[in-house]
Structure formats: C-alpha cells, structure tokens
Design a protein around this ligand. Sequence first.
Ligand code: IYR
Length: 227
Amino acid sequence: MTTQEHILLSDLGDWAEYTETDMRKRAEQFYEMIRKRHTIRHFSTDPVPKEAIEACIKAAGTAPSGANHQPWHFALVGDPEIKKQVRDAAEEEERAFYAGKASDEWLKALEPIGTNENKPHLEDAPWLICIFAQRRGGVEAGEDRKNYYVNESVGIATGLLITALHQAGLATLTHTPNPMNFLNQILNRPSTDKPYLILVVGKPDAHATIPEHALKKKPLKDIMSVF
Ligand code: IYR
C-alpha cells in the first residue's frame, strides 16, 4: 500500500453550502428543469455545434466510477456515411427483433411507445454518441487493468450526459439494438469495449410527438420509502 496525497475539499473550493431554504429551492428548480426532458424519436436535421456536445461529454466524464477508472468511451458520430452504416446495421437487428426474436410479452410492453424496426432518426439527427463500457483500462490512458463496477459507472455517466444535453437544449433518444457488436467494427473499438448504448442527439423535429405512456411518471410515494 502506498500512501496517497489528499487535497482539502475546502482548498479546492468545489463545494458550496446553502441555507435550508436555498437548498430546497435549488432542488425544486432542478426538478422543474429535468422534468421537461422527454425522449423523442423524431429529430430535425438541423446542425448542432460539436463543441456543445464535447462539453456535455466532458460533464459525463466527471461521473463517479469504480476505482476512478472511468471505464467509458464516447464515439461521436456526425459523418453521414458512418451514420448510415450504423442505421443499416441497427435496422437489420431490429427487423429480427420485431419479427420474432422478441417475446410477445416484450412486444406488448412496447406497444404504447409505438416503436418499430425503422430508425430514420439514426440518420436525421446531427449526432450519434455511441457509448462503450470498457471491461479493461485503468485511470491512465493506455493502461490495461481490470475495471470495476463497469455497468454502474457507465450508467451514471450516461445519466449525467443526458442531463447535460437536456440542459443545453438538446433532445436525446436512448437506443439499444441487440446485439450491438457491429459498433465495434464500424467504430474500430477493441473487443474489451462493450457497446452500451447509442444516444441519438439533436433538436426535435417541428412535428415530434411523445407517447402519452411516456408522460406517466410514478409519484414520489411509489418510488420512495422513508425510514
Ligand atoms: N431496441 C428496440 C426495442 C425497444 C426496446 C425497449 I425495452 C424500448 O424501451 C424501446 C425499444 C427499438 O429500439 O426499437
């Protein structure tokens, strides 16, 4: 065991103390902001500056992770040719999914959302963020150590990313064709990088709709217990 330097949080200046009133107000204000996030499936082809996406990915990269190994990779795709390759491969998997691979129970659960095998948004949206979960890595670039709590870490980073994008005025769709191994090939990722999800990013089309089903959020009493 080596002893490690620790830095006083108060020296960093990265923690702010609020009064109870301000704490409650800020928490409510954040809720009012984030409750307006909706997953959308109809994207406009309007361009979105790469710098805005990069800042959101930097925010995602601050997420807590197992042993701080930051076991994630974000492949940002804006090239129309590569978006088409992703769409073609994803739609092939989705055709198999909707034509029989998915159980009746699963298809029934998806009915109120109205999804199908057609994924034009994979080409319409200006950006696809293909997120990979790294089974191996380490805290320094180029390391090849075992990573820990990989799914938890990447899930948290993805949550931050979706939040950052929403806050910047960008809409998202979390898309998970299954299997997604085609992403390793198209985006040249090693086999120890597991494709985690595709985040479709852009502005909503003027006629974008949201299924009523998606607006049903469980009230606090159904998602929380207090002891
Ligand atoms: N990946 C498919 C199916 C799908 C599955 C779930 I669970 C969803 O919440 C939505 C879709 C698709 O993208 O169509």
